[in-house]
Write a protein of this length. Structure first.
Length: 335
């Protein structure tokens, strides 16, 4: 099965990834991942909520299993692993529930010597009873710091490949991404298959997949996080490099921005022309924060004052800039 991307930027240097629940058995004090032939239980549905914060991301996942066979107790593990250069990330605040009751768990190492290679390291494990011919609901939640990409971008990941341990493909997978960091946005997303994302609120996007059959245990949903202005370094972001000053945008280009972010990227066009802002947040952003990062391209690093143009007029804007200002403002009014 091929993976599809929302843009043509491929991801490297993956970080710690944390996974959906998978079925294990114990051998010599270690866990061994199973094959789907070992169980009659299907993962009917998986609802993944990923919340992007400034310094970490939070994941909550609801699973719905159906047992086609007899009543059984199984060891269920939540595995995690680290791959790629500059892999980083730490997990915290892990919790798990069965049928809405919070349950305890233990940390076990995963057996490396089995039929297929695996990069899985450990798993948080608990025993769950699956009644015959019934739905069992489980939930996990945790926080993780971001991994690093490039090094200009942060990476948030969710490993869904371990869903291959259950009988049949994953019936339905819903992915909801919420962005609470005003300074960054999800610029590239790696997905299990093609899907048309939709906005369900200003800062929440949803994607739905059906009959997902992972190729490997390490198949991931990966979200690459970038600066909203494209100020990802190492070069200074000047007017000649700012995307909203150099090319005509479309509504598609604005899809992954929130309304407050749209206001910022629109006013950045004015900032590069020295517009004298009156709003306190814009003064703070463009006259102080961005100046400290030498946003306006001065060779003299000590000359860090905002280039206010008291004689500014709209005539100074290029046709591309005028077009983008109108487009972005119209999109803001729709939100």
């Amino acid at each position: 099965m091929k993976k599809f991307f929302l843009s043509l930027i491929f991801l490297t240097g993956l970080s710690f990834a944390f996974a959906n629940d998978t079925y294990f058995f114990m051998a010599g004090g270690q866990l061994v991942p199973t094959k789907e032939i070992d169980t009659e239980i299907e993962m009917k549905e998986e609802i993944i909520n990923i919340v992007l914060e400034r310094t970490y991301y939070e994941v909550t996942v609801d699973f719905f299993f159906y047992n086609n066979g007899k009543n059984v107790d199984l060891e269920i593990g939540f595995p995690f692993f680290c791959v790629g250069l500059q892999g980083e990330g730490t997990i915290s605040d892990f919790h798990c529930w069965t049928n809405d009751t919070e349950t305890s768990f233990k940390d076990f190492p995963i057996e490396k010597k089995w039929a297929e290679d695996t990069e899985l390291e450990n798993a948080y494990v608990r025993t769950i009873n699956f009644p015959e011919k019934k739905i069992t609901k489980t939930r996990i939640s945790y926080k993780s710091t971001y991994g690093i990409e490039a090094p200009s971008f942060a990476i948030a990941q969710y490993l869904y490949g371990t869903g291959s341990s259950w009988k049949n493909p994953i019936g339905k997978m819903t992915v909801r991404i919420q962005n609470k960091d005003i300074d960054s946005y999800p610029r590239t997303i790696s997905l299990p298959s093609n899907s048309n994302p939709k906005k369900i609120s200003d800062d929440i996007w949803e994607l739905v997949f059906t009959n997902i059959e992972p190729e490997t245990y390490t198949d991931c949903i990966s979200i690459e996080i970038g600066d909203i202005f494209g100020d990802n370094g190492p070069r200074i972001l000047t007017k000649d490099r700012y995307f909203a000053c150099t090319k005509k945008l479309s509504n598609t280009d604005l899809f992954w921005y929130t309304k407050p972010q749209l206001r910022y990227i629109r006013n950045a066009i004015y900032a590069f022309h020295g517009y004298p802002f009156k709003s306190a947040d814009l003064i703070q952003l463009f006259e102080k924060e961005k100046v400290s990062r030498e946003w306006f391209g001065w060779e003299n690093a000590e000359k860090k004052y905002y280039p206010i143009n008291t004689n500014f007029t709209e005539d100074e804007l290029s046709e591309i800039e005028k077009y983008n200002i109108q487009l972005i403002y119209a999109e803001e009014q729709k939100r």
